[in-house]
Design a protein around this ligand. Structure first.
Ligand SMILES: Cc1ncc(COP(=O)(O)O)c(C=O)c1O
Length: 376
């Protein structure tokens, strides 16, 4: 068949593929990038109210003004990004689509995009769709996947138009120290590169505080969404923000010629995400995740397969060695679903990604026992 070659290097999302396989009776499913917490009731009720009020037609392509104002207020007050107005915000159907729009708006064929290795699976595919050239920046398990000298010298030697940053990180759970983020910003500034800062896990940090590059570097596109923090993966809502209004305008051209706008009543519902009640609920959810992280880190460290303690998100990325695809298949046969590490980049070889978003704390012992049996 004569299909377009632009898909030649793009594969189906490994996370979706392995998640589907793990949805079987008797399998403890540690594949999913989501949390077993219902979307807060206030948000669900607001969606029902918006539907009842007939808020069911197209919205402005950039999103409803009330939501864009809430987002710009939040980015100013919580992330220290001064000078952002509603015009600097673009709301769309999930963070993933906004990353797609950002890369499509910036990258010409052959231009370089720097990606940490490992990285969330979709960055690589999106760069391939834009026909960009990936520069992989090596990270190491024994450094807890925090950028080290090798990462910076690779970045120094390259000429990227975009540098991707994702802290807290999927798949590793690493949270970059502020000084590391500042070092990346210094390099971006010297090379006049854009930073795409994917901050979708910003609220899920166990120690310390999140630092947004856009608070000190204007040529940043901050990406965020409602999927993780508010358990709204199926609602499909996210946003991009940049002090450079022109990049938001150009992303909005793609939006207007593709999805048109995010779902109307979902945008009205998201206004409630900024209430104190919802924020308190999120705080409780993060405490529960921290408890699970502690139990898992303890159990897997005792087995000798984990030598770092991730500070955020809800993932662990232990390096077990060997062929990670076979390892994930073997673990699945033994009743534990995980994602193999290599789809996240060559540095993921021999690793598996474990999500503890969906596993209750009282089943973690069982996970560790199954792991011990499976990898011996
Ligand atoms: C790092 C990262 N960015 C973006 C997304 C996608 O978020 P959304 O559901 O808003 O498209 C995910 C989802 O797993 C993610 O892990």
């Amino acid at each position: 068949m004569d299909y377009a070659s632009r898909l030649d290097k793009v594969k189906e999302s490994a996370t979706f593929k392995y998640s589907a396989q793990a949805k079987k009776d008797g399998v403890i499913n540690l594949t999913q990038g989501l949390i077993n917490h219902e979307t807060p009731k206030k948000i669900r009720d607001a969606a029902i109210k918006a539907l009842g009020e007939g808020k069911t037609t197209y919205t402005p392509t950039r999103g409803i003004p009330q939501l864009r104002e809430k987002i710009s207020d939040k980015l100013k007050s919580q992330n220290g990004i001064k000078g952002l107005e509603a015009e600097n915000i673009l709301v769309s159907c999930g963070a993933k689509h906004l990353i797609f729009e950002a890369v499509m708006a910036l990258i010409n064929p052959g231009e370089q995009v720097a990606l940490p290795n490992p990285s969330w699976v979709s960055y690589e595919s999106i760069v391939h769709l834009a026909e960009g050239k990936i520069i992989w920046l090596p990270l190491k398990a024994h450094e807890g996947f925090i950028p080290d000298d090798d990462f910076f010298s690779r970045l120094e030697d390259s000429n990227p138009k975009i540098i991707f940053m994702n802290s807290p990180n999927n798949p590793t759970g690493a949270v970059y120290p502020k000084k590391t983020i500042k070092k990346i910003i210094d390099l971006a500034e010297r090379k006049d590169a854009w930073i795409i800062s994917d901050e979708i896990y910003e609220r899920i940090i166990y120690d310390g505080r999140h630092f947004s590059p856009a608070s000190v570097y204007d040529k940043t596109i901050t990406i965020n969404g409602y999927s993780k923090e508010f358990s709204m993966t199926g609602w499909r809502l996210g946003y991009a923000a940049s002090k450079v209004e022109e990049v938001i305008d150009r992303m909005n051209i793609i939006q207007s010629q593709s999805v048109s706008c995010a779902t109307s009543f979902v945008q009205y519902a998201a206004l409630e995400a900024y209430s104190k009640e919802v924020s308190d609920e999120v705080e409780d959810m993060v405490s529960e995740l921290k408890h699970r992280r502690n139990l898992l880190v303890e159990g897997l460290s005792d087995l000798g397969v984990l030598n770092y303690s991730p500070q955020g998100a809800f993932y662990l990325f232990p390096k077990l060695g060997g062929d990670d695809i076979r390892l994930a298949d073997k673990l699945l046969e033994d009743g534990v679903g995980v994602i193999p590490g290599s789809p996240f980049g060559s540095a993921g070889q021999g690793c598996v990604r474990i999500s503890y978003g969906f596993i209750p704390a009282d089943r973690i012992d069982e996970v560790v026992v199954k792991f011990a049996g499976s990898i011996k």
